[in-house]
Design a protein around this ligand. Sequence first.
Ligand code: AMP
Ligand code: MG
Length: 414
Amino acid sequence: MSYCDISNTDHPMLAYEIALQEALSSVTSSPKIESILLQHSLGRVLANDVKSPMDVPPFSQSAMDGYAFNAADLERFQSLIIIGQSLAGHPFEGEVTQGQCVRIMTGAVLPVGCDSVIMQEEVNVDGKQMTPQVQVSSGQCVRACGNEYQQGELALKKGCLISSRHIALLASLGFQSIDVFNKLTVAIFSTGDELVELGTPIKQGQIYDSNRYSLIAQLEKLNCDVKDYGIIADCPEQIAAAFNIANSDADVVITSGGVSVGDADYTKEVLAKLGNIEFWKIAVKPGKPLAFGYLSDSVFLGLPGNPVSAMVTFDKVAKPVLQKLAGEISSTPLLQAARVSSSLRKRAGRLEFQRGYASTNEFGELIVSSTGSQGSGMVGSMCAANCYIVLPQEQGNVEAGETVLIELFAANLA
Ligand code: AMP
Ligand code: MG
């Protein structure tokens, strides 16, 4: 397939899905592996399938505080004799025979001869006699040995992004250390003579470099090792020098600015000499221009300069590419249907990630409203939002009350 030259305005734009697919299929992932302590593994990517080294639970145990017994006994006995106790970490050593039961606590070993547990709230106890007050069924309130994982069974897949939930499972399986893929090293710089570093007063015509900060923050959330090269002036020699250093230092080089059509944008010229880069005009809003390809030793992503465009193209294009390079299993974004509370302006022709605020009404329905002006330089629209309103390429205006698809920003228990 051929790509669009962004300076050629006659050329049709590339659909977002095609651009993403092209970018993803052209990068291959072969990260090195390191072994790390489990407590340092949050946000890392599993380098191997993890099989359970044991049955889980490792022994049949009680799910309740109560009494352990053999259910068949209750067909013959109204009451059972309490002959001992099984506490968590202190099993009952003997065997339970006909007409007997054992006081048992949650997590304690189910004694030999027992198959069921009745919770203490459902019995009468008189001295050594325990009388169930409710009907029982065989096997109740028991966590059977191996009922979650059997020894050797696959527990987590290679490429799994480790969250607190996965750490809980890995710890329960006894993994003190695990193999993960090495972190990606990502070099980043901003281009533009108008940009000023934080801490410096701005003069007429200047703005603060916000993209580098927002992109570094996104990269850190992805657990990348970030190399920050600061602001590079719009000067071919300085841009070339920065690219050369970044290329030798990092797996991926990300820039913002200088990929749109503009006289002072030297990035394209320099890149044309240094690597094999495509300049795409993607049918997506915000974030139309995007450069993607290879330098001699790194993958290159040139994001648009407008701050919202930079953030959204990072999220929707750069992030999946980085995740693939980091060895992570790909996942498709979770879209949800929501009703818009007011009309949305949209012109057919580009896929739009409008900024929205989603909430549930008193009936549990998902409702979304626009955060207002959607200018690609208005970072406040991102801050007021908790989701994208994802409007398909050919969609036109949306009326209040219509259903749209949204993608929430935050995920709990990450
Ligand atoms: P460009 O893509 O370089 O043509 O820039 C498009 C718009 O984004 C211009 O208004 C730039 O001033 C602005 N811009 C470019 N880079 C940054 C940056 N790092 N931080 C904030 N705004 C930027
Ligand atoms: Mg620029």
